[in-house]
Structure formats: structure tokens, C-alpha cells
Write a protein that binds this ligand. Structure first.
Ligand SMILES: [Fe+2]
Length: 337
């Protein structure tokens, strides 16, 4: 009995291993339902595009690589050296990579935004989001036949727009505009024909409402690290700022519950700030004095809360604390830092 179980297990493991050896690439899960991107992209198009077209690229890629040691390479490394491979690997490897990227940079959430750094790069590179969209759409519209429009980071680390035919992409060593793609728009007819027929422009106008800027930003920051914030070396001031923001801002519209619940926390965080190591560039007498005042202001608020003082008194004390905090932030911005 035990032997039989062992034999069964071994057979199963061999089967799984040989399956893996034959099929290194598999269809990634779609992060939303087929209908999730409607009305921009209809459910039937998503279903066929993902379940049939993308799946076919993967099957064909696995077949093209069968018995080839390069099947061990990561897809990205394969694409970066694509000149060494036959057209079947270029077309299907590109097809697999491009579609995996495409699903990830779409989302049903309508409120994603580029990160601060990416937005700055878009501003710098194209003059703003409207202009980026217009230039991407132009690249997508002028692609004759099938292909892709790309927003990518070029080899000088700058954002750029390009278009490639078929399933090529900026990673490939055979294209003229090389770099790392962070946003790709599929302009094969299979991506839009069911709903938009020949109106590629209508499809392009609609797709911008379902772009996942969180994912595009994540891909951007994989190449371009996030710029450091002014207070990254001073976590205590960030912690204090957070509790101040979460108590002061509600008070502006008359909600004093947060400050009443969190006055002890304000004192604790102000005290921690006063004991923290002030980064050398901010370590001035004005800032040290302001931090002392911040502790005193916080203690005054805590006392008012505990003695159940009037909302009016509490609001004015909280406003004073907020002003004191901003003198610190302003002082930190003054001396050229
Ligand atoms: Fe496609």
C-alpha cells in the first residue's frame, strides 16, 4: 500500500515536472472580470482577447521553445536578446509579454493617478497629461496595421513615446526605440473590433478612462527610484504631522472628536519629536525653539480636553499648534534645502 502511494506520488511529480519543462510560460490571472472595463472595453472582446489570443501566444511560444535551453531564460531576458531567435519566438514571446503588461495597466477603478514623480516626468517630457494622451493616440493612430503604442523609459532614463509593429516592444534588441515599457496600448483589431469596428480613434479615446496609473507608476519606479522627500531622514516629524493632520483638518469643519480622542497621542508624538535627532540641515535654534513650543502647545490641548473645556477654546489651541508646526516646516524650507 505504502509502495503504491509512493509510486503514485513519483508518477505525479514526474508528470508535473515534464509539464513544466514543456510549458515554461502560462497565462497570468486576469486581475478583474471580463466585463469590469465596460463600457470602455466590452466583455466579449476581453474574453476572446485574453482566453484565446493571449493563450495562443503562450502555447505557440512554449512550442517554439520546446527543446531549447533558452526556455530557462526570463521572458524579459529573452526579449532583450530576441535577435538571436526565430520569428516565432519574437512574435509569440512579444505577444505574451505585451498582453501580460496590457492587462496589468488596465483597471475598473476610475480614480488612479500617476505618482508625484511620474506626473512631474510627464509634465517635463510632454507638457502634461492631455498632451501625453494626444501624442500616444497619434502614435497609435498612425501605426499602420497591427501593433502597439508605448510609453516607455528610454536608455537615458527619460519618458518617451513610440509605436512598434506586430508584437514587438521597446525591450527587444531589434527595435530602434529601446527601453522599458510602462504603458502599452494594443492597437491590433482584435483589441477593439467587436465594439468599435474600424473606429480605432473611439477605442483610443475610451481606453484612457481605464488606465491603471498605480501600476504604470509602479513600473516607472522599478526603473526610476522615487525621489527622496525632504523629511525622509526625520521620521518623527512625519509621525507628528500625520496625527496633527488627522486632528486639525476635521476641526476646520467643526469636528473636534478626533482631537478629543487623540490629544494624548499629540503630546506623545510632539515629545518624541523633541527628543529626536534633528537632521543637520534643519538643526537651528529657531527650529529647536519651535519644537519646544510644539510640545507646550500639545500639552495645553491635552489639558483642555481633559478639563472638558469649550469647543471654542479647543479650536483656537489646535489652530495655534497647527501654526507652530507650520513655522517649523517653513523654517526647514528656508535655508536652501
Ligand atoms: Fe492583443
Amino acid at each position: 500500500m505504502r509502495f503504491r502511494l509512493f509510486f503514485l506520488l513519483m508518477t505525479l511529480m514526474t508528470a508535473v515536472m515534464s509539464l513544466n519543462a514543456q510549458a515554461p510560460y502560462s497565462l497570468p490571472a486576469l486581475p478583474y472580470e471580463f466585463k469590469a472595463l465596460e463600457p470602455s472595453i466590452d466583455s466579449a472582446t476581453m474574453n476572446i482577447h485574453y482566453s484565446r489570443h493571449h493563450a495562443a501566444y503562450i502555447n505557440n511560444l512554449n512550442q517554439a521553445l520546446q527543446g531549447n535551453e533558452s526556455a530557462q531564460l526570463s521572458l524579459i531576458d529573452l526579449l532583450k536578446n530576441i535577435s538571436k531567435y526565430p520569428a516565432s519566438v519574437r512574435n509569440n514571446g512579444g505577444g505574451h509579454y505585451n498582453h501580460s503588461l496590457f492587462w496589468s495597466i488596465l483597471t475598473p477603478s476610475r480614480n488612479t493617478q500617476p505618482s508625484k514623480d511620474l506626473m512631474e516626468a510627464i509634465q517635463l517630457g510632454f507638457g502634461g497629461m492631455d498632451s501625453l494622451r494626444a501624442q500616444m493616440n497619434k502614435a497609435a493612430m498612425s501605426r499602420f496595421g497591427s501593433g502597439w503604442a508605448w510609453l516607455y523609459i528610454n536608455t537615458s532614463g527619460k519618458l518617451a513615446i513610440s509605436s512598434t509593429p506586430n508584437q514587438d516592444n521597446p525591450l527587444m534588441d531589434v527595435v530602434s526605440d529601446q527601453g522599458t515599457p510602462i504603458l502599452g496600448i494594443d492597437v491590433w483589431e482584435h483589441a477593439y473590433y467587436l465594439k468599435y469596428q474600424n473606429k480605432r480613434g473611439d477605442y483610443l479615446a475610451a481606453i484612457w478612462t481605464v488606465i491603471n496609473w498605480d501600476e504604470v507608476s509602479r513600473r516607472y519606479h522599478e526603473v526610476i527610484p522615487k525621489k527622496k522627500g525632504k523629511f525622509d531622514e526625520w521620521p518623527e516629524i512625519k509621525t507628528f504631522h500625520k496625527s496633527l493632520a488627522e486632528t486639525f483638518h476635521p476641526s476646520e469643519s467643526g469636528d473636534l472628536k478626533p482631537v478629543k480622542n487623540r490629544s494624548t497621542e499629540l503630546v506623545q508624538n510632539a515629545t518624541a519629536l523633541s527628543k529626536s535627532k534633528i537632521p543637520a540641515q534643519f538643526d537651528t535654534k529657531a527650529i529647536r525653539d519651535a519644537i519646544k513650543l510644539l510640545v507646550a502647545d500639545s500639552k495645553a490641548i491635552d489639558k483642555l480636553v481633559k478639563s472638558k473645556a469649550s469647543d471654542k477654546k479647543l479650536t483656537s489651541a489646535l489652530t495655534k499648534l497647527h501654526d507652530t508646526f507650520h513655522t517649523i516646516v517653513e523654517e526647514c524650507s528656508h535655508d536652501g534645502h
